[in-house]
Structure formats: structure tokens, C-alpha cells
Design a protein around this ligand. Sequence first.
Ligand code: DHB
Length: 367
Amino acid sequence: GAQGDTVKIGVILPMTGPSASTGKQIDAAIKLWIAQNGNKAGGKRVEVIVKDDAGVADTTRRLAQELVVNDKVVALAGFGLTPLALATAPIATQSKTPMVVMAAATSSITEASPFITRTSFTLPQVTLGLADWAAKNKIKKVVSLVTDYGPGNDAEKYFAERFTLDGGSVLEKLRTPLRGADFAPVLQKVRDLSPDALFVFLPSGQGATFMKQFAERGLDKAGIKLIATGDVTDDDQLNDMGDVALGIVTSHHYSASHDSPANKKFVAAFEAANKFRPNFMAVAGYDGMRLIYTGLNGSKGQGGEALMNAMKGQIFESPRGPVLIDAQTREIVQDIYTRKVERVNGQLYNVEFDVQKAVKDPAKNRK
Ligand code: DHB
């Protein structure tokens, strides 16, 4: 149809580079959403434009500017890493373009623009429950290891604060760089410190390399328990990690083995369309599309503040479980699960065994 009958959604993802698995997962989920729900919302034809930023923030910002100015997109979406989302926030604000963060998970991102909402998660949201689990399960001394940027800072800080409140102690806080991480030196340090457990956050895509080096250094044999956010036992890589991953306890908002009719349907459709299992990035991409479609229905196809307001307060059943978009903070409120890696029908899965219901981002609650 004519320009007036079409709304464009600009999706910016790392389709190449070190975070390419994030782009691959979200892109597949967006295509599944459209295959299942059609290309109409708010009385308009929806056109999705996917751009590859290769995980480089200057590129993300340039692509966002082009999508807003040239393509006149009604919304921006994607954002595979925190620096990419933060680089784009001023464009969302200046152009009043709603920006749906489907991957990046540093708490402060939604505070960078009133036009940002999020369907992924925040690190504080998924970290507190794991600190509590550790304290209740005879873990007294922990070393933490995180990637040295926004989400890692959040994970390190919120884990240490809560675990200390719970009576535990963090012996040392170790960090690795975002690019080209070699875990051997820090793993040797962990071995020497001999904690009851090592707490880890790494972004999606680094888990398999980490697990390999963890086993090579003999840390599993040395009796150091591994606990982590679910980014480390990412469903995208988990099944290839082998027996070293068995028994790892993690905390996160999505597992491909989540036991609900909505998730079984989602996973079956996703696996039928792709040669891989959906991970937490895919579910956030899928839910992000629902948020935009339902928002466009509410705004009758209008963008700007009308679309933003129509996205606030949405409540729906995600494959991950029940969720809502907090109208005040624009953050997703969701159930957080404690899980353990187990072999199920020959495949490795994060099997959920405990849940905290309707968890808000704790970094915002305390303001
Ligand atoms: C971020 C990226 C990830 O791949 C992840 O698993 C968590 C957080 C980020 O950059 O915010």
C-alpha cells in the first residue's frame, strides 16, 4: 500500500561479530512472530527492516539515525549489547521514537530515555535470587567473575551486596574484558583462592569457551561449585558443553525447557523453523514484537508518545511465564527461576526447580 498505510520497524542487531548468536536468535524469533501473526497491526501493514551493527556502538547509532530520518520507522528494536543501546538512547529521545531493548540488560538503560522499554531482563533482577540460593545451600565463601562492563558491574554489585546480607563473604571480585576474553589467568586465581563457589556473569556467546577452560583448569575436580546467571548456560550453546555443565545452578528468566503450554508451542514452532533451540534472546525478540504489535493496535498505528503509552502496562503470557511492562519504569516484570543443568532425553537443559514470582528490577525499587 501507500506510505500512509505502512509502518516500518527498524531492528538493529549484531548479525556478525562476537555477538552474532544474539542477532541470529532474535532475528529468527521476529520471523516466527510474523509467520504466526501476520504483517498487520494497528490497521497498517507492518514492514520490518533488519540492520547489522556487528556489535559496534558507532554503527548502531548511525543505523538508528538513518532508520529514523530516511525510513521514518515507527519504532526501533534489537540492541544486542549495553553500549549499543546506550549509544542509541539520545536518538530515541530527540526523535520521540519508541525503542524496544530485546537483549541488553544493564539496569540503567531504561533510565537513558523515556522512550526506552525492555523485554529482556536486568542483571540485578536475576542475581539476587541466586545469592539467596547460595547462602541457603551451605556456600559461605564466593569469588565473583564478571565481564568488565555494565551488566557485569550490576551482577558483581548486586550479588555481593545480597550475599553479604545473607551472611556470606565475597573473597575477591575478578573481571575479564568484553572482547577476546581468555579465562585461564583468572581461573588460576580462583583455584588458588579455593572458594566454596565461583559466581559468574558473562554475556551470551562466551559460556562454552568458559566452561571448556573451567574444566581444563580442573576447577570442577577441585570441588569449586559453579553458580551463574543463565547467560553462562545459554540454551544456544548448552547442549554442546558436555558433562562439565551438569549440576550447574543458575538463575534466569527463561529456559527452553520451561514447562508451560505456551512455551511448548513456542519451542516446537521455533525448532521447526530453525536448526537450533531458542534461548533467552529469542524469547525477548518474540515478546518485543508482541509488545510493538499490541502497542500499534492500541495507538491505531500511530508512533511517538501514543505508541509508547500503549506499550506501558501491557500484561501477557510469554513463553517464559507471565510478564508485564511496568508503566512507571518501562521495565519488564517477570518470574525468575532457579535452575540446574540436567540431561533430559539425552540433551542438556536448564531445569527449573524454584521460582520467585513477578520480580521487578531491584535497582529501581530502591530509589
Ligand atoms: C548483555 C549482553 C548479553 O549477551 C547478555 O547475556 C546479558 C547482557 C548486555 O550487553 O547488556
